[in-house]
Design a protein around this ligand. Structure first.
Ligand code: GCU
Length: 612
């Protein structure tokens, strides 16, 4: 067999072994027995990927020996030549993006190698998984010098079965994280948010029994609010396993038995049930018991549906008083690092009288969804199918569908999630309609208990703006972004002469509107970048949007100023998108109270049942 063929075979073998190590992420990772690997990891910046390719640009980890890359964590002995050394390298905090941790890395796009070491005494009869909450964007993961596998996608969890790869003692994890943007990826090369790279979410080693609960879904039946349905799946020797399902406060104590493939459907009739809502964010303790092993979760029960132009939460028409959020802390720009960061963001949303948030434009941290459950905020969750995606590339579609499926798999038990969004502002074309239509179908296949939508675009002719995107036919909501008063339509007082014509008889949700204001800059209402201009824009938007009979909610863009590489005006922007209602110093701008008051009025109208 010639050299080329040997290398190719080696590569295939390696990829198949690596692929074998990757396994479906455990549902409710935080409820498992976990060892956290969070903390300071040594790192090596590697712009030329010198730790991955040899000088002939062949991947070290595809070579027969598999030796040579930085993942080997080699230490120079005597006169050895080793041109890297994690022990003497600086450290980065994990979880956190690298851009916000060092001036040198603010704009860095490329590869960074991370290394962490931990001691573990693996027990017989147990299985061990190495779990990552998210790595942006492409991660190659090695344990004790051996490749576990590769993952693409910057915002969804992944894990590897490391049961027979751990040593009884010191173990070394090395991660090659690469946030380089590419046209054919999801998202594509052009976005209006900072390309924060690195291990941005938690890293755990989870220990479970060989036969363990892998996944479950326990939600209110969409068609019958008196019954709870779902499933539980058992991995390992999954066949014929008895799983107890207990929801004590709902008077449920039952048992199901898995079939030959380790799967058991669940159908429960609670004796009493207090439905989850923003006014009453009731969460029930749910316990799943397998062979004496108890897995506990907190789950809320509610229904969400559309009827004509109404959105019904538990059968009642609601107005979604929302706001958009990026996964970024304005005060210390960078990905939200902890529960404290996330609680601060959602607390600001509550202060705004919101009952709803749009977590743009990608899956946020699982903890964010659990907090939304607890704090009573409905959620629009979204995958980063954003702008000019490579619609005709099958690998791009597979990537988008995988990120969508992984988001739904992770958050399917969160009462707060009411909308799955398949994308944002994607330009209309036949290939795009096919691509997005398949994603919509995939959502309906995976989860029929929630709404599916996308943020569409409007197109304008004279003083009319039309919402007639063909994708809208397939969505549950007529949801679209519009920037009257900022990107078009003149000054704020001028926009009330326009009118939106929505082709669909569906609830109308404005997924974005807004304008920039530099916090603390004051001028008259017609002076761009002033807080007065932004506040006037919001007041006139309510007049413009109030003309639509089907208006059932909005998520103005955006709660906080956020970093963007596309916003270079040195004084007003300085690489910040300034559409936030809160500045990056935590200052609430004038428009904050304008929106807060408007939502107060809308909630009063809906709560007294006499919505206009
Ligand atoms: C778009 C896009 C946002 C962007 C915003 C803006 O609608 O969805 O991601 O930040 O407009 O231009 O500020």
């Amino acid at each position: 067999m010639n050299m080329q063929k040997r290398v190719f075979t080696g590569l295939l073998l390696l990829m198949s072994v690596a692929a074998m190590a990757q396994s479906e992420p455990l549902q409710n990772i935080a409820g498992r027995k976990i060892l956290s690997l969070n903390g300071r990891w040594n790192y090596i910046t590697d712009p030329y990927e010198n730790g991955y390719y040899d000088y002939r640009h062949k991947p070290y980890d595809a070579s027969a020996s598999g030796a040579g890359g930085f993942y080997d964590n080699k230490k120079a002995r005597g006169n050895d030549l080793v041109e890297y050394n994690f022990d003497n390298s600086p450290t980065l905090r994990v979880p956190a993006d690298w851009n916000s941790q060092s001036e040198k890395l603010t704009f860095y796009e490329g590869t960074i190698w991370y290394r962490q070491q931990f001691t573990l005494a693996p027990a017989a009869g147990k299985k061990y998984f190495l779990y990552f909450g998210a790595v942006n964007y492409e991660a190659h993961v090695y344990l004790n010098g051996k490749k576990l596998g590769m993952h693409k996608g910057g915002f969804t969890p992944f894990q590897f079965d490391v049961t027979d790869k751990l040593t009884n003692g010191l173990n070394t994890v090395v991660v090659k994280a690469d946030n380089t943007r590419h046209q054919d990826e999801i998202p594509t090369i052009n976005t209006d948010w900072w390309n924060y790279g690195g291990i941005t979410r938690d890293v755990y080693v989870a220990e479970v029994e060989c036969t363990h609960i892998l996944d479950y879904k326990i939600q209110l039946d969409k068609s019958d609010a008196k019954s709870i349905i779902g499933f539980v799946s058992v991995a390992g020797n999954g066949k014929g396993q008895a799983v107890s399902v207990l929801i004590p406060e709902a008077g449920i104590k039952t048992q199901v038995t898995t079939n030959d493939s380790g799967y058991a459907a669940i159908k429960l009739t609670p004796k009493q049930l207090s439905l989850w809502s923003p006014q009453n964010p009731k969460l029930y303790q749910v316990q799943l018991v397998l062979n004496g092993d108890t897995l506990t979760d907190k789950i809320g029960f509610r229904t969400i549906e559309v009827k004509g132009q109404d959105i019904l939460l538990n059968g009642r028409s609601v107005f979604l008083s929302g706001i958009c959020l990026h996964d970024e802390n304005p005060l210390i720009p960078g990905r939200l690092r902890s529960q404290g960061d996330m609680r601060m963001m959602l607390q600001w949303a509550r202060e705004l009288n919101c009952n709803y948030v749009r977590l743009a434009h990608y899956p946020h941290n699982e903890e964010m969804l659990r907090l939304a459950d607890e704090m009573g905020l409905m959620v629009w969750a979204e995958v980063p199918v954003y702008w000019t995606i490579s619609w005709q590339n099958p690998e791009t579609y597979a990537n988008a569908e995988k990120q969508l499926s992984d988001m739904i798999a992770r958050d399917k038990n969160r009462a707060s999630v009411v909308v799955w969004s398949v994308g944002n502002e994607t330009p209309v074309s036949e290939p795009r309609n096919v691509f997005m239509g398949k994603l919509v179908a995939r959502v309906r296949q995976l989860d029929n208990t929630r709404l599916v939508s996308a943020a569409l675009e409007v197109h304008r002719e004279g003083e009319k703006a039309y919402v007639n995107d063909p994708l809208g036919e397939k969505l549950d909501l007529a949801s679209f972004n519009e920037y009257a008063g900022w990107y078009w339509g003149g000054v704020p007082s001028n926009i009330t002469k326009y009118a939106y014509e929505v082709k669909y008889n569906k609830p109308v949700l404005i997924t974005e509107f807004g304008g920039d204001a530099l916090g603390g800059y004051h001028a008259d209402e017609n002076t761009r970048w002033s807080e007065e201009y932004q506040a006037a824009l919001y007041r006139n938007q309510f007049v413009l949007l109030g003309k639509m009979p089907g208006l059932r909610g909005m998520t103005p863009w955006i709660l906080c100023d956020f970093r963007s590489p596309r916003r270079q005006e040195p004084y007003y922007q300085d690489f910040f998108n300034r559409k936030g209602l809160i500045s990056e110093t935590g200052k609430k701008k004038l428009a904050f109270d304008v929106l807060k008051t408007y939502y107060q009025t809308m909630q009063q109208q809906y709560n007294t049942g006499n919505k206009k």
